[in-house]
Design a protein around this ligand. Structure first.
Ligand code: FES
Ligand code: FE2
Length: 348
């Protein structure tokens, strides 16, 4: 397990679109303070949340109707490109510009690239069109996590833990008893698990009106450094896979400050999309499951933080995808460090 050091040359989920408006929002991302806001034309922008004058958080300042951002300590003012356009105390404009981060707003999500802006490549983002597809419905949000992002990553790449950590909702003995197939494609890591003729876990029983036995399929895809997409199907045993009930879960595992992580989630389905009761049930279940994970990961974080490089870890076959994911992130970090560090350059 690496210490808290984060890959910056990669996309992270920075915010949901509905979190960002004409007020200033601070969120720490890969140990950088970021201030998000919308310009008058509704474009989202993100700048480093440290005033170039004396480092006061710009998110404690205010935004004028024309999109000018003012630091409310000594009054530096910045235009929509982050360039200082004046300060009340003197006629000359101070020479200062804010670091702006590459952003992509798509399907209700705001993706941020905290590293070198020249490397920001939109093609590395996963397909999120289902978040904006009228044939789908979804719920989304973000949960705070006091644990390093690698622990969350390994949690998601090793779903055998569902058996033990989530036995009252999505887990049962079949998950841990069924091996996974792992695929590695460049930095990406995928896994799949096929469970046939198993007992229906309570969440799927209620969500899909199914009784045992059922078939269940899990296909996970990790887009390093911080995006995970899970395709889930469940069906009465004997149903062909494409005909099963289809759900997707997107996780944005975004490192915050130190060993804290923003645990973004979206849970979607392509059936009974107008059923509000079902949406409410699924959202409550999603949050309950995530809380079980948060409790476990925060307990685990204390053990890693107090034993850096100490006790050896033991691993088993079902750790394979998680270990591949860990390795992919470590390789990205090494590449970034060899290329000259991860300090982002100004894009203004
Ligand atoms: S710290 Fe921002 S104007 Fe002084
Ligand atoms: Fe979990």
């Amino acid at each position: 397990m690496t210490p808290a050091q984060h890959v910056r040359n990669g996309w992270y989920l920075g915010a949901w679109s509905d979190e960002i408006g004409r007020t200033l929002k601070q969120r720490w991302i890969t140990d950088l303070p970021v201030c998000f806001y919308r310009l008058p034309d509704q474009t989202v922008t993100a700048v480093e949340d440290r005033c170039p004058h004396r480092k006061y958080p710009l998110s404690l300042g205010h935004l004028d109707d024309d999109g000018t951002l003012q630091c409310d300590y000594h009054g530096y003012r910045f235009d929509g490109r982050g360039v200082c356009v004046g300060v009340a105390e003197q006629a000359d404009k101070p020479k200062a510009a804010l670091r702006r981060f590459p952003l992509v707003e798509r399907d209700g999500a705001v993706w941020i690239w905290p590293g070198d802006p020249e490397l920001a490549d939109e093609s590395l983002l996963p397909d999120t069109s289902w978040l904006n597809d009228p044939n789908w419905t979804h719920v989304h949000g973000v949960v705070p996590l006091k644990a390093r992002h690698l622990l969350l990553l390994e949690n998601l790449l090793d779903l055998t833990h569902e058996t033990f950590l989530h036995p009252s909702s999505i887990g049962n003995a079949a998950v841990a008893a069924t091996p996974i197939d792992v695929t590695v494609d460049g930095d990406r890591v995928g896994f799949s698990r096929r469970m046939t003729g198993i007992e229906a876990p309570p969440f799927y029983e209620k969500s899909c009106g199914l009784t045992s036995p059922v078939d269940r399929w899990q296909d996970g895809d990790f887009h390093p450094p911080g995006i995970f997409v899970l395709n889930i199907r469940v069906a009465a045993t004997g149903t062909e896979e494409p005909d099963g009930f289809h759900m997707k879960v997107l996780y944005g595992m975004t490192p915050g400050r130190g060993n804290e992580t923003h645990d973004f989630y979206a849970l979607g389905r392509d059936y009974l999309i107008d059923d509000q009761e079902l949406t409410k049930f699924q959202h409550e279940q999603q949050l309950a499951v995530m809380q079980e994970d948060v409790d476990a990961l925060e307990a685990q974080e204390i053990m890693y933080a107090t034993d850096p490089g100490g006790t050896a870890e033991s691993s088993i076959k079902s750790d394979l995808a998680a270990l591949r994911g860990r390795r992919a992130v470590a390789k990205m970090l090494t590449r970034e460090q060899q290329a000259g560090g991860s300090r982002p350059r100004a894009s203004a």
